[in-house]
Design a protein around this ligand. Structure first.
Ligand code: NAD
Length: 327
């Protein structure tokens, strides 16, 4: 079988090669999948996609016309795939439902600690031989209230870590998870979670119901100076509303691993370009904002698991057997 791997990054090739073990012909494409690049998959029975590939109905039609039968996602999220269109076109889709919830939860904590203790600013000062401490005051995590929105695989690992810090934990999720019981997390409604939390961390999927869950209205119901962390999907946060709240001080700090317009920027080197996105340009100027480029998953364990599950999914497809990872 021939597999076209779109958005292939240098950091993942060794993991993909090892997991494939020469069983299939892999066509690495460093370009993203979209209507212009779909033809590159001609002759491949499967395509392997990453989070910012465009798997809209129009693109899926082009893939199906060119003989593609299977979408192997190298991600847990599948909000970038038009599943209805895929089903109509008999394109089966499988994801990597879990590869390392620890990687994402630990990155969320890294953002919290770096923002709280102003590590980036402190390091910049020291490299400039400025050893002053003014402006670097943080707070003890111990005793602070953290609101976890979405207590599934990643949210529950976050609860475990923050329980170790001595945080008071609030959770909101339509499906309560018994795994968080040992960590003393109290489920509450969303308004209470927003009102009482010093830190709010998002760990829920993006869908029409959750889009812009962080917006002007919800922000106005939060504690003044709240820290917001988003390692889930950019569309959960109304970025322009957040910029306004950062300017007024209603939001005290913001950690983003995802951004609603990230498709045009993330995973690529734009250091030679003139930045066209005025919203991220403004965000970058805040000393209390920390942005990483969708790298929360980027650990050795996660990359190995993503590659192994991707090829397991392809094995199931080739062997004509049902696969738990199909969506
Ligand atoms: P999961 O399915 O295990 O958990 C998601 C939880 O969200 C579930 O418990 C679900 O009931 C809950 N939920 C659904 N709608 C909700 C709502 N309206 N309000 C509150 N909770 C709601 O998923 P997971 O593995 O924990 O992943 C969470 C998200 O993390 C994914 O959807 C994905 O977008 C994101 N993610 C990001 C990265 C990264 O590199 N930044 C990597 C993997 C996953």
């Amino acid at each position: 079988m021939k597999v076209a791997i779109f958005s292939a990054h240098g950091f993942e090739k060794e993991y993909l090669e090892k997991a494939n073990a020469g069983r299939r012909e892999l066509v690495y494409l460093d370009t993203r999948l979209n209507a212009q690049t779909a033809l590159l998959a001609k002759g491949c029975e499967a395509v392997c996609l990453f989070v910012n590939d465009d798997a809209s109905a129009k693109v899926l039609h082009l893939l199906a016309q060119n003989g593609v039968k299977y979408l192997a996602l190298r991600s847990a999220g599948f909000n970038h795939v038009d599943l209805d269109a895929a089903k109509k076109l008999n394109l089966r889709t499988a994801r990597v439902s879990e590869y390392s919830p620890y990687a994402i939860a630990e990155h969320a904590v890294a953002l919290m600690l770096a923002l709280n203790r102003k590590l980036i600013r402190a390091n910049r000062r020291v490299t400039d031989l400025n050893f002053s401490l003014d402006g670097l005051v943080g707070f003890d995590m111990n005793g602070k209230t953290v609101g976890i929105v979405g207590t599934g695989k990643i949210g529950s690992v976050l609860a475990k870590i923050l329980h170790g810090f001595g945080c008071r934990l609030l959770g909101y999720d339509p499906m309560q998870n018994p795994d968080v019981t040992p960590y003393g997390l109290t489920y509450t409604d969303l308004d209470t979670l927003f009102r009482e939390s010093d830190i709010i961390s998002l760990h829920l999927p993006l869908n029409p119901k959750t889009r812009y869950i962080i917006n002007a209205d919800s922000i106005s119901g939060m504690k003044r100076g709240v820290m917001i962390i988003n390692t889930s999907r950019g569309g959960l946060v109304h970025t322009k509303n957040v910029v306004k709240a950062l300017k007024s001080g209603q939001i005290g700090s913001l950690g983003l691993d995802v951004y609603e317009e990230e498709q045009a920027l993330f995973f690529e080197d734009h250091s030679e370009d003139i930045l066209q996105d005025d919203t991220i340009a403004r965000l970058i100027t805040f000393p209390n904002v920390l942005i990483t480029s969708h790298q929360a998953f980027l650990t050795d364990t996660a990359l190995r698991n993503i590659a192994e599950t991707t090829f397991y999914n392809l094995d199931c497809f080739e062997g004509g057997i049902g696969c738990v990872n199909e969506v």
